[in-house]
Design a protein around this ligand. Structure first.
Ligand code: HAM
Length: 415
C-alpha cells in the first residue's frame, strides 16, 4: 500500500526540535508575566471575512496564502494566518472594546507560502497585543517587551528596525508625493510591483527589484512628513532602549499587512538567511473599527518560534536545563536509578536524560552532546566504588570535577 506523508511545509516536530516550543514558551511566558500580560486563546478557524477585513484585500496573505474552504454549511472558513485579527474580533464580540487589555497568545498559524529554510505552511507564533492604548507610552511598553525578549534569549546579534507610517493624513500626503515621484520612473515594473502600485503603493518601498529600490532610495521619505510627536517617539525608542538592543531607523520598512498605522518594527538576525525577520509588529489604530467595533487604538507584535529556534541552534547554545546521566555498566543500575530519583525530586525544571545501558561511554557522550546537554554526570567503576559522580561540562571550558552524592544534589538544586 502507498504510504501517506505529511503536507508540504507542515513538518512533524520531532527529536532534536521537539522541545523548542516548550522551552521558548517558558522563557517568553516569563517575560510576558513580568509585563503583567494576560493570556488569550482564540480558535484556529475563523470566518474568512475576518482576515479579508483585517490583513487586507491587498496583502499577500489574503491574496495568495490563506487556507480557505467551505464547511458543510457552505460558510467560508479560514485557518488563521496570524493572531491579531482573532484577538480583536474576540474583544469586540465580548463587548470589551471600550476598555484596555494587555494580552499575549501562542499557537499555530497557517500560510500557503513556498516552503524554505525558516518558512513553513504551519508555524508557531507567540504574540502580544496592547488594546485600547493610544500612541505614546504603549509604544514604549511594547518595545520594552521586545527588548526583554532580546535580553532573555541572548539575541545580541539581531537588529530591531523601526519606522513610523504616520497617521492617516501624513500617509496620504506622503503617498501623493510618492506617486508623483514614481511617475518619473523610467524602468520596468515587475508583475508583483505593478500589483502593489495599483493596490497599495506604500508596499513598493519594500520591493525586491534592485533598480526600483535604488530609484526609491532617492525619492521622498516618510520621515520628512512626520509630526514632531511622531519623530519624538522614534527618538525616545532609540534613546531608552538603544543600550540593550541595536535599533536601526529604516524608512523602507512598511510590513506586509494592511492594518498598520503608526509605529512599525521588525527584528532581523544575520543567522537566518533569506527569511531573516523573526519578529514583526506595529500600531493598528483602525482595525477595531474596520471589524465593526468601537474606536480602540492598539499596538502589538508576533514572534516566529521556528525562526527563533533556528537562531538558537545556529548559535549552538547548550541548554542549562538538559543533563545526561550515564553509567558505564548495567551493574550500577540500582544505585544510578536511586540517585536520579533523588536529583529529580530536588529540581523538576531540569530534563535529566538517563542512559544506563551497556553502550560504550563514547557513544553515550556523543548522544548527550547531540541532545544539547550542558553537563554529563558519569558513574564509572571508580565513581561506583567511591560513592561519587564525575560532572563533565560540555561548554568550551570543558571542565571535569568529581563530586560526592551530597555535593551533586547541591549542585543540581542550583542549576
Ligand atoms: P508577521 O510579520 O506576518 O506579523 O509574522 C510575525 C512572525 O511570524 C515573523 O516575523 C516570522 O518570524 C513568523 N512567520 C511568518 N510567516 C512565517 C512562515 N511562513 N513560516 C515561519 N514563520 C513565519 C504578524 O503576523 C502580525 N500579526 C504581528 C502583529 C501582532 N502585529 C500587530 N500585532
Amino acid at each position: 500500500m502507498d504510504k501517506i506523508s505529511s503536507i508540504r511545509g507542515m513538518p512533524d516536530v520531532f527529536e532534536s526540535d521537539s522541545n523548542y516550543l516548550a522551552e521558548l514558551n517558558e522563557i517568553l511566558g516569563k517575560v510576558f508575566l513580568s509585563h503583567n500580560l494576560n493570556e488569550i486563546n482564540t480558535p484556529i478557524l475563523e470566518q474568512t471575512e475576518l482576515f479579508i477585513r483585517s490583513t487586507g484585500i491587498t496583502s499577500d496573505i489574503v491574496n495568495k496564502e490563506i487556507y480557505s474552504f467551505n464547511d458543510r454549511n457552505e460558510q467560508s472558513l479560514s485557518l488563521r494566518p496570524e493572531g491579531t485579527a482573532g484577538v480583536v474580533r474576540s474583544i469586540i464580540q465580548k463587548k470589551l472594546d471600550s476598555s484596555e487589555h494587555k494580552l499575549w497568545y501562542q499557537g499555530p498559524m497557517f500560510r500557503y507560502e513556498r516552503p524554505q529554510k525558516g518558512r513553513f505552511r504551519q508555524f508557531n507564533q507567540a504574540g502580544v497585543e496592547l488594546l485600547g492604548f493610544e500612541e505614546g507610552s504603549s509604544d514604549l511598553e511594547i518595545i520594552s517587551i521586545v527588548c526583554d525578549i532580546f535580553i532573555e534569549l541572548e539575541l545580541e546579534d539581531s537588529v530591531l528596525k523601526i519606522n513610523h507610517l504616520g497617521d492617516k493624513e501624513t500617509k496620504e500626503r506622503f503617498l501623493s508625493e510618492l506617486l508623483k515621484y514614481l511617475k518619473t520612473y523610467k524602468g520596468e515594473f515587475s508583475e508583483n510591483d505593478k500589483e502593489k502600485l495599483n493596490k497599495n503603493p506604500l508596499r513598493l518601498l519594500d520591493s525586491k527589484d534592485v533598480d526600483l529600490k535604488e530609484f526609491l532610495s532617492k525619492g521622498p521619505k516618510i520621515i520628512d512628513f512626520l509630526s514632531s510627536e511622531q519623530l519624538n517617539l522614534l527618538d525616545n525608542i532609540q534613546s531608552i532602549f538603544g543600550k540593550y538592543v541595536e535599533i536601526e531607523l529604516d524608512s523602507s520598512l512598511v510590513r506586509g499587512l494592511d492594518y498598520y498605522t503608526g509605529l512599525v518594527f521588525e527584528a532581523v538576525s544575520s543567522n537566518l538567511g533569506a527569511q531573516d525577520s523573526f519578529l514583526g509588529g506595529g500600531r493598528y489604530d483602525e482595525l477595531s473599527k474596520d471589524l465593526g467595533g468601537k474606536e480602540m487604538p492598539a499596538i502589538g507584535f508576533a514572534i516566529g518560534l521556528e525562526r527563533l529556534n533556528l537562531i538558537k541552534k545556529q548559535k549552538n547554545i547548550r541548554s542549562n536545563k538538559v543533563i545526561s546521566f550515564v553509567t558505564t555498566s548495567s551493574k550500577m543500575n540500582a544505585l544510578a536509578f536511586k540517585i536520579a530519583q533523588l536529583l529529580r525530586s530536588h529540581n523538576y525544571d531540569i530534563r535529566l536524560e538517563t542512559n544506563f545501558t551497556d553502550a560504550s561511554l563514547k557513544a553515550k557522550l556523543r548522544k548527550a552532546s547531540k541532545l544539547g546537554a550542558k553537563f554529563v554526570f558519569i558513574m564509572g567503576d571508580e565513581e561506583f566504588e567511591s560513592n561519587s559522580i564525575t560532572v563533565k561540562s560540555f561548554d568550551e571550558d570543558g571542565y571535569q570535577v568529581n563530586m560526592s552524592f551530597d555535593e551533586i544534589v547541591d549542585f543540581y538544586k542550583d542549576i
